[in-house]
Ligand binder design. Structure first.
Ligand SMILES: Cc1cc2nc3c(=O)[nH]c(=O)nc-3n(C[C@H](O)[C@H](O)[C@H](O)COP(=O)(O)OP(=O)(O)OC[C@H]3O[C@@H](n4cnc5c(N)ncnc54)[C@H](O)[C@@H]3O)c2cc1C
Ligand code: SF4
Length: 495
């Protein structure tokens, strides 16, 4: 490294954030970029440790170690610390098709595995990644780069989330004609209609999709495969098909009165709220204004519901989770370099603390029943407290006697995850599924071939609900395999 003492001279400084009370009055991104001096100092904190783990991208014991797309992190840290942003961008683009997405929404397993994090705060890797790509756009270095030759081969990608977009980008760059089919009205998958605007502004997705279009990729939106176009038509028109349809089959709460009015799946709420932003946020069909909102499910989707409800000026929002609060420090079974399972104050929780003087998270709580008024509208929830206890050598969740509570609610959002990919399109293709209902692929790891010749699968549809960065990695890897498959067919027809 050019500057050897960075980790001793500078402390960690992350992206700044807008004032929580101010930012809940709008839907714009809540982060603010650092200035150049800070960024160079932050990059100079990288120790060039010799055996870095930050870039390894291994999933070990259900935990991530390092960056799943194997970004060349120490290299670009050095280039940024020297002010050589252009070369940093070139290195970043070699491994990550969409750093502007991961730079905003990735939970940054790289930072949990940073060597500096053994006894200090990690390098602000994600912030630096985002700045490299944004500077690239600002300077005009990121521009459409269509392939010089076309092979004459045609590939269909079903689903335009990060997995589908990455696969399409890679194959288009190889010279194949790529068409992406998307049932929604805009490309992006959960980037567009899951992750809220304040984390990832939708212009950022349009900016990338427009580049992909300029480079020659065709997007067919409002087109549901299995209904608007069939498997037979696709197989006739294309040399290979890749399914990147995500894993959006909802998990539900099997409680009494679940069919009361005012109880919705989180995705329905988040999608409608984001769609309304393009017209009028007040016109969102499910709106939280003045309501007591309860979010069931302690994960990130629930956190996004909290932040959305605050922007819609709810009266109060609470979020139920069945697990205890995470510890402040790593526990013994969660050592470095695994992803740290420690207490975090996500943006929505911080906003609730500032606006309502309350952390909305209520831990170790289970919903037993919903109660409705005479018109069938939800009016409250009955819950019970739970605890984890050892029984016959196993950790089990037990209800605590006499711990029932009643919570007033006018709007309930169910955010307890997804059971796997939606079945219709998979049944339409007649594909084999694995024991968890995901698309079965040949060896389940780095092989993306499904049970049908010429049909491949990647992203959440294959691995189950995961992260944007894993979807990008799967999109890149499936593209490599499709490329090999196309080469084994007759010689490419170069034009
Ligand atoms: C609310 C929420 C917030 C999240 N926040 C984060 C975050 O902050 N950071 C992070 O890393 N990850 C986050 N995730 C997870 C991340 O978004 C997913 O892991 C990722 O988007 C998966 O990408 P994918 O391409 O496999 O599928 P998806 O993004 O789900 O895209 C699948 C696409 O396929 C389309 N499709 C499905 N069936 C058909 C069909 N028959 N015909 C045509 N199109 C079809 C769908 O409409 C969709 O657009 C979040 C998830 C949710 C639900
Ligand atoms: S993609 Fe995620 S894991 Fe990889 S460098 Fe960026 S923030 Fe870290």
């Amino acid at each position: 490294m050019g500057y050897l003492r960075g980790f001793m001279d500078f402390s960690r400084k992350d992206q700044k954030t807008r004032d929580p009370i101010e930012r809940i009055k709008d839907w714009e991104e809540y982060t603010i970029r650092l200035d150049e001096k800070d960024l160079k100092q932050q990059a100079a904190r990288c120790m060039d440790c010799g055996t870095p783990f930050c870039h390894t991208g291994i999933n070990f014991d259900h935990s991530d170690i390092g960056c799943p797309v194997n970004n060349f992190i120490p290299e670009w840290n050095e280039l940024v610390s020297e002010g050589d942003w252009k070369h940093a961008l070139e290195r970043l683009e070699e491994t990550n098709n969409f750093p502007e997405f991961t730079g905003r929404v990735c939970p940054a397993p790289c930072e949990g595995s940073c060597t500096l994090a053994i006894n200090d705060d990690p390098v602000a890797i994600k912030t630096i990644e985002n700045e490299i790509i944004e500077r690239g756009f600002d300077e005009g270095w990121v521009e459409a780069n269509p392939p010089q030759h076309r092979t004459g081969k045609h590939v269909a990608v079903i689903g335009s989330g990060p997995a589908g977009l990455a696969a399409a980008d890679q194959l288009n760059q190889q010279g194949h004609y790529v068409t992406v089919y998307e049932r929604d009205d805009r490309p992006g998958g959960l980037l567009m209609y899951g992750i809220p605007n304040m984390k990832l502004e939708k212009d950022t997705i349009d900016r990338r999709v427009n580049l992909l279009k300029e480079e020659g990729i065709t997007f067919e939106c409002n087109t549901e495969v299995g209904k608007d176009i069939t498997r037979e038509e696709l197989k006739q028109q294309y040399d290979a098909v890749i399914l990147c349809t995500g894993a959006q089959e909802h998990r539900d709460v099997p409680a009494e009165n679940r069919d009361s009015k005012g109880i919705h799946f989180a995705m329905e709420y988040l999608t409608e709220s984001t769609k309304a932003l393009a017209v009028d946020p007040e016109k969102a069909p499910i709106h939280a204004r003045g309501k007591n909102v309860i979010v069931i499910g302690g994960g990130d989707t629930g956190a996004d519901c909290v932040a959305t409800a605050l922007r819609q000026e709810c009266n109060r929002v609470v979020q139920f989770g069945k697990h205890p609060a995470s510890p402040e420090e790593r526990e013994e079974d969660n050592p470095w370099p695994l992803y740290p399972m420690t207490f975090k104050l996500d943006y929505g929780y911080k906003e609730s603390l500032e606006a309502n003087d309350e952390d909305p998270r209520k831990y170790e709580i289970l919903t037993q029943a919903f109660e409705a008024d005479a018109d069938g509208n939800v009016k409250s929830l009955r819950t019970v407290r739970v605890e984890k206890v050892m029984e016959d050598g196993k950790l089990v969740t037990k209800e605590i006697p006499e711990s029932e509570e009643i919570w007033e609610a006018d709007l309930v959002l169910v955010a307890i995850g997804f059971t796997g990919p939606e079945r219709e399109v998979l049944e339409h293709f007649g594909l084999k599924l694995d024991e968890r209902g995901r698309i079965w692929t040949v060896d389940g790891t780095k092989d993306y071939r499904t049970s049908e010749e010429g049909v491949f699968a990647a992203g959440d549809a294959r691995r189950g609900q995961s992260l944007v960065v894993w979807a990008i990695r799967e999109g890149r890897e499936v593209a490599e395999q499709v490329e090999q498959f196309l080469q084994t067919e007759e010689t490419a027809d170069l034009v």
